[in-house]
Design a protein around this ligand. Structure first.
Ligand code: PMP
Length: 362
């Protein structure tokens, strides 16, 4: 009791992820639960990943490769970079923390167009940097001018999440290039492409071209979403080799476990699974739009595997009601969107369960 907690603890806000299926089963005494809360792959993991993981199960008495050589080479080949331009992490989340630990100090400013993914704020708070929140524009569009106006000589980082979680909106290629090329060189851009593989828009840019052109941009990618490996925690960054070398100085040696390394490398080869996931996403998302229109529920058209839905002032009670029926979605309160929920795109059947529950409630 004589131990004083560090001041950082007073800055840290609780993180409330989508409830796990087992918890909702236990809480409401349900057997069948539909989770559409964490933007996971409804088709499951790639069969190639499962096979690789099974093969390496007998190897788990060995430490993993601290340098993640095979996986980095596989990623580098796939995305046409050198292995030195790839850093593998324990989920994209760890990359955000590592970037913060490497680059941020008290007094620094981190620009975050909002609402967006809460980990950016977590990383800044952890190091005592200040969050400069720039509201997204009409229909949650990115506004380049507003972002540029927020830049000061203290700005260390700028996060661009595109497609953005939770809105599903994206920054156009023209805007992204204009933004990055207008920034002073002391601003590191973190382009979060966690959902980039879902985008079908022609005017989208996944940020990689900017890394190739030598701009101070780190592109975050994850195996948790389209690759269906959220449970084994693996993501990566693509950036200038010097930037990644600095981050390696603070990372734990064995941050990515063996099963994650081999599973991710195998998933990367499974173009068929990727394509099937993409096709399901477009089809079921369209189906959800149709049903929401029938129910006169407004939503933001999405380029991702989730949709931000406006349920009005009843949103929290509808969310609770859905939960009690075993349908887990994400409530918007944490994003300061108390009238909204974010619904992940599931299978056709999961979506039908959600829609049926909404029809019964509303
Ligand atoms: N970025 C965004 C925008 C996300 O939504 C997520 C997952 N919620 C991540 C990064 C990190 O994902 P993970 O740590 O599972 O790789």
């Amino acid at each position: 009791e004589n131990i004083n907690p560090r001041s950082i603890l007073s800055r840290m806000k609780p993180y409330t992820p989508g409830k796990p299926i087992w918890e909702v089963q236990r809480e409401f005494g349900l057997t069948s639960v539909t989770k559409l809360a964490s933007n996971e792959n409804p088709l499951g993991p790639s069969p190639l990943a499962l096979e690789a993981i099974q093969t390496y199960l007998s190897d788990i008495h060995r430490y993993p490769d601290a340098e993640t050589v095979n996986l980095r080479e596989a990623i580098a080949e796939k995305r046409r970079f050198s292995p030195e331009q790839v850093l593998v992490t324990n989920g994209g989340d760890e990359l955000i923390t590592l970037l913060s630990e490497t680059y941020l100090e008290p007094g620094d400013e981190v620009i975050v167009p909002s609402p967006t993914f809460s980990e950016y704020e977590f990383g800044a708070n952890l190091l005592g940097a200040s969050i400069i929140s720039v509201p997204l524009g009409e229909n949650y569009r990115y506004e380049v001018e507003a972002i540029l106006e927020a830049v000061t000589e203290r700005t260390k980082m700028l996060y661009i999440c595109s497609p953005n979680n939770p809105t599903g909106t994206y920054m156009t290629k023209t805007d992204l290039h204009r933004l990055v090329k207008s920034l002073p060189s002391h601003v590191l851009v973190i382009f979060d492409g966690a959902y980039s593989h879902f985008v079908t828009a022609d005017d989208y840019c996944d940020g990689l071209a900017l890394v190739r052109e030598g701009y101070p941009v780190v592109v975050l990618q994850t195996f948790s979403k389209i690759y269906g490996l959220a449970g084994i925690r693996v993501g990566y960054g693509i950036a200038d080799a010097g930037i990644l070398q600095r981050i390696r100085q603070v990372k734990e040696p064995f941050n990515v476990n063996t099963l994650a390394q081999v599973g991710a490398a195998a998933a990367l080869k499974d173009d068929q699974h990727l394509e099937a996931t993409r096709t399901n996403n477009v089809k079921v998302r369209e189906e959800l739009y149709t049903e929401l229109r029938t129910l006169a529920i407004p939503f933001t058209p999405s380029m991702s595997n989730f949709v931000l839905v406006d349920l009005g002032t009843q949103a929290k009670s509808i969310y609770d009601n859905l939960m009690s029926r075993g349908v887990i979605v994400r409530y918007g309160g944490g994003w300061n969107l108390p009238n909204h929920v974010r619904i992940s795109i599931g299978t056709y059947e999961e979506n039908a369960v959600l829609v049926q529950a909404l029809k019964e409630i509303m």
